[in-house]
Design a protein around this ligand. Structure first.
Ligand SMILES: Cc1cc2nc3c(=O)[nH]c(=O)nc-3n(C[C@H](O)[C@H](O)[C@H](O)COP(=O)(O)OP(=O)(O)OC[C@H]3O[C@@H](n4cnc5c(N)ncnc54)[C@H](O)[C@@H]3O)c2cc1C
Length: 463
C-alpha cells in the first residue's frame, strides 16, 4: 500500500475501524461512469447520476476504502457556507448569480436532511443552525460587515441575524462573547455514518465499489490503476476525479489543488452537571470570528468535537498518515477549547486526528467536464465540502447527462482556477499566509490594529 493511503485515521467517527472491505479492481473493467474516490463527492455523484438515469453502470474506485479521506474525518458541519465571500462571487459574476448560489446551498442542506430521513440513515443529524461568536472588536466589526453584505444581497434576518452579547451567551456560554451571528442553514452530523448510509444505498442501487485500487493515470475515457494483484485498466464513457486533498498525487495535477491540514479533538461524553455550566442545549454548530478558523459541534452522544486549521503546509503538497497527528496543533486546540469553554478543563480528550482539505489557488470550488475527453472533476471546497460536495455532484451529473437544468449555470461550473505556484514558492506563500493569519489573530486579540499591509496581503491570499 502506497504510504499516502497506508494508515486509517483514528477519528472519533470511526475510531480506527474499517467498515468496508471491497475487493480491488480486476485487470480490466468497462462501465458507463468510473468515479475515482469514495468520499462525499464520489458517492453523491453516483447518487445524482442514478436519480437522472437509473440504467447507468457506475463503478467507484477507491485507493483505500470508502470514507478514508476528509469525508470520513471532518467536523460534521453540513452547512450552506461557501469558502469565499458572496460579495466576491457577486463581483466576479453577478449579484443574481451569487444569490442563486446561496439559495442552492440552502436547498442542498435541506435535501441532505430529507435524504437522511427518507432512508433512515442514523447519523445524528440535527438541523439547528450555526453561531459565529465575536470575542473582540475586530471580530465584531467583521460580523457586522458580513451582515451588511448579506443585506445588500437581499438576504434578510431569516438568512442571518445578529445576537447581542447576552442573547449569544444564553445559547452557549462562550467566554468573552461580545455578540454572535446566527444562521439556521447548518446541521451537525456524524460524517462517517452518513457516508456508510450512502454506500449502503448505492450498493442497493447497483453501484459497484472497488477498494485498495490506486488510480495512477486519468486518461480519455479510461483509467489506469495499480492494485496488489498488478495493474488494472478501466474503460468508460466518463471518468470523474473526486480526489480532493489527494489530487496533487496524480500526474498532471501536482499544482491543481493544495492539501491543507485541519486537525480535530473530541472529548469524552460530558456529564449533565458540566453541560449545565456550558448551555448549548440547541446543539448548534459554532465558531468564533478569528481569521484562523476553529469549529465545534456537540455530538449526539454529548461530546464536543472541536477542530481548527493552521498547521503548516507540507512541501510539494505531501499528504499521508504520518501527518494525521500533530501534537502541537492538538495541544493548541485543547487550550483553545478550554479558553472558549472553561468548564471543559476537567473533561478528558479521547480522540485526536487530522486530515487534508483541498484548496484551489483562488479558493473557489469547481466542477469541470469535457465532453470530448469524457473527463470530469469536482472539488476545491476548502473546509465546506460536506454539503457543497452534494450540490457539486448534482450539477456535475446534470452536466454529464446533458439535461436542461439551470443548476448547470451556477458560478462554480466550468470554473478554472489558476495553478498553484511551483515549489518552493507555494510552500513559502501558503506558510507565509498561515503565519500572517495567526499574527493577525494575536493583534486583534490584544485590540491592536492589524497592519494595512497584512490586511491587504490576507485579502489577496484568502479572498
Ligand atoms: C479535519 C477536517 C474537518 C473538516 N470539517 C468540515 C466540516 O465540518 N464541514 C464541511 O463542510 N467540510 C469539512 N471539511 C471538508 C470536507 O470534509 C471535504 O470538503 C469533503 O469531505 C470532501 O469530500 P471529497 O469526496 O471531495 O474528498 P475526500 O473525502 O477526501 O475523498 C477523496 C477520496 O479519494 C480517494 N483517492 C484519492 N486519490 C485516489 C487515487 N489516486 N485513486 C483512488 N482513490 C483515490 C481517497 O482515498 C479519498 O477517500 C473538513 C475536512 C477535514 C480534513
Amino acid at each position: 500500500m502506497n504510504e499516502t493511503f497506508a494508515q486509517w485515521p483514528e477519528s472519533l467517527w470511526r475510531d480506527g475501524q474499517l467498515n468496508w472491505n471491497f475487493d480491488c479492481l480486476p485487470r480490466e473493467l468497462s462501465c458507463d461512469v468510473a468515479i475515482v474516490g469514495a468520499g462525499f463527492t464520489g458517492l453523491w455523484t453516483a447518487h445524482h447520476l442514478l436519480e437522472i438515469d437509473p440504467q447507468l453502470s457506475i463503478a467507484i474506485i477507491e485507493a483505500r476504502q470508502p470514507g478514508f479521506g476528509a469525508s470520513g474525518r471532518n467536523g460534521g458541519w453540513c452547512s450552506a457556507l461557501y469558502p469565499t465571500s458572496l460579495s466576491t462571487i457577486a463581483t466576479e459574476t453577478s449579484r443574481e448569480a451569487a444569490i442563486n448560489l446561496q439559495m442552492h446551498l440552502i436547498r442542498t442542506v435541506e435535501d441532505i436532511g430529507a435524504h437522511i430521513t427518507k432512508h433512515d440513515i442514523q447519523c445524528g443529524w440535527r438541523h439547528s443552525g450555526t453561531l459565529s461568536y465575536s470575542r473582540n472588536e475586530a471580530q465584531l466589526a467583521r460580523q457586522n460587515a458580513d451582515l451588511i453584505m448579506y443585506r445588500d444581497l437581499s438576504l434578510g434576518e431569516e438568512f442571518m441575524r445578529s445576537l447581542s452579547s447576552s442573547e449569544s451567551q444564553q445559547r452557549i456560554k462562550i467566554s468573552k462573547s461580545l455578540g454572535a451571528s446566527f444562521t439556521p442553514h447548518c446541521a451537525s452530523l456524524n460524517p462517517a455514518q452518513l457516508l456508510d448510509g450512502l454506500v449502503t444505498q448505492l450498493l442497493a442501487n447497483g453501484v459497484t465499489f472497488f477498494g485498495d485500487s490506486i488510480v495512477s493515470e486519468i486518461g480519455n475515457r479510461s483509467l489506469r490503476a495499480h492494485t496488489v494483484h498488478g495493474p488494472a485498466t478501466v474503460n468508460c464513457k466518463w471518468n470523474v476525479r473526486a480526489t480532493e486533498g489527494f489530487t496533487a498525487r496524480l500526474p498532471k495535477h501536482r499544482r491543481t489543488i493544495a492539501p491543507l491540514y485541519s486537525y480535530m479533538i473530541a472529548t469524552e461524553p460530558i456529564s449533565s452537571r458540566i453541560w449545565n455550566d456550558i448551555g448549548w442545549d440547541g446543539r448548534e454548530t459554532w465558531n468564533d470570528g478569528r481569521n484562523m478558523i476553529v469549529y465545534a459541534q456537540r455530538t449526539s452522544d454529548d461530546r464536543i468535537a472541536f477542530g481548527g486549521r493552521g498547521a503548516p503546509y507540507k512541501f510539494a503538497s505531501r499528504i499521508g498518515g504520518q501527518f494525521d497527528n500533530n501534537a502541537s496543533v492538538h495541544q493548541l486546540l485543547e487550550s483553545t477549547l478550554h479558553e472558549l469553554l472553561p468548564p471543559t478543563k476537567s473533561v478528558e480528550i479521547t480522540n485526536r486526528w487530522g486530515g487534508s482539505l483541498g484548496v484551489h489557488r483562488d479558493w473557489h470550488p469547481s466542477v469541470q467536464t469535457d465532453r470530448t475527453t469524457g473527463q470530469a472533476s469536482a472539488g476545491g471546497y476548502v473546509g465546506d465540502g460536506v454539503a457543497f460536495s452534494c450540490l457539486a455532484a448534482e450539477a456535475l451529473s446534470h452536466e454529464i447527462l446533458d439535461t436542461d437544468n439551470e443548476i448547470r449555470t451556477l458560478p462554480f461550473m466550468q470554473h478554472v482556477s489558476p495553478k498553484w505556484e511551483p515549489e518552493p514558492l507555494r510552500w513559502l506563500g501558503i506558510n507565509g499566509m498561515i503565519s500572517l493569519t495567526q499574527r493577525a489573530d494575536v493583534a486583534e486579540e490584544n485590540n491592536k490594529n492589524v497592519g494595512f499591509l497584512t490586511r491587504q496581503l490576507l485579502q489577496k491570499l484568502v479572498p
